[in-house]
Design a protein around this ligand. Sequence first.
Ligand SMILES: Cc1ncc(COP(=O)(O)O)c(C=O)c1O
Length: 375
Amino acid sequence: MDKLYLDHAATTPPCPEARAAFNAAADDCFANPGSLHQAGADAARLIEKSRREISKLLGASNYKLVFTATGTESNHLGIRGFFQSGRAIVGEIEHPSSRAAVDALEVTTDIAPVNCDGRIDTEAFKNLLSDDVGLISIQWVNNEIGSLQPVHELVQLARLLAPRAHFHIDAIQAAGKLNLHLDQLGVDSISIAAHKFGGIRGCAALLFHNNCKQPTPYFTGGGHESGLRSGTENTMGIAAMAAALSAKHNKISSAPNYLHDSRQRLITAIANECDIEVLGPSDEQLTSGAILSIVLKGMRAEPFLHQLETHRIYVGSGSACNAHGHSESPTLAAVQLKEEMRNSVLRISFSDELSNELTLRVATAMALTAGFFKD
Ligand SMILES: Cc1ncc(COP(=O)(O)O)c(C=O)c1O
């Protein structure tokens, strides 16, 4: 039986296009891009070509792009690197990396609350805005339940009512899954990470608007990335990142609904076999097609997940319990999931099409697993 890996929100397998670009760069462009010889210049050219390609794919002609190593690092640079003064506003269900970056500012911070679907309450957000807000950090797609934030509306409100605020968006679960157009959004900075869209781990980026002042760098030294992120560039990872994003964008352009179609098939098939509740918005427009978060009524997610492994199917848990020792998910509490259900959340995430055959395989394995625990 083939391995069926459905934990793409944690990390994706490198796609064929990324592997090919990585290998080509490893063969031809492995030299240090800072070296003066031709081999170094070739590597530097590949980095610039990839930078242009990624910016184009993200509709970001008005943005500068800095390569970093991880999404966490990009969030810290986008949040701490730009902060000057004032209050901060952060979404209630942000990834811990953005939350920690905002906490590190040590300023008065207000939480923009979410509703039971995990979407920011725009009225409550509006009430937090004023001239003294210096920073706003909101994620585009939630990594646990897949809810999409109304980012266009939030950015517009902030421009009107908190004109001094630097607005950062964590787009780490959005890039490669949705068509992003940064010039239209007009946000100040966004972070993306290659390993969430078929690239290779160790490569991420921060994009910031041309109107922004330069961020304060955290890694200083050799002056790489225009002095904003010192450290020898990950040429192979960068080439793979551009190739992966391009492949995902081609897929989205040719089949805009492929993730949602797969997700809907999965919901129908699993609900036929198991007693589940789907978390997050029911409206497709308001949720990511790549994440399906479900409550398995009467089951504990952790043993369920391990039993599913006997069918060679790998899924995530609602991060109530994970390998880093977090004991409780603030997201599940924020969406007011009953306490007794918070250990029953399974996250199934994917970034490729799920065929009918694979969908049936998941549903059947889940039915067998549910039966295993009932017997
Ligand atoms: C929404 C979101 N933001 C930030 C991160 C952090 O990214 P990385 O693990 O690459 O540092 C993740 C990773 O899971 C994420 O899902």
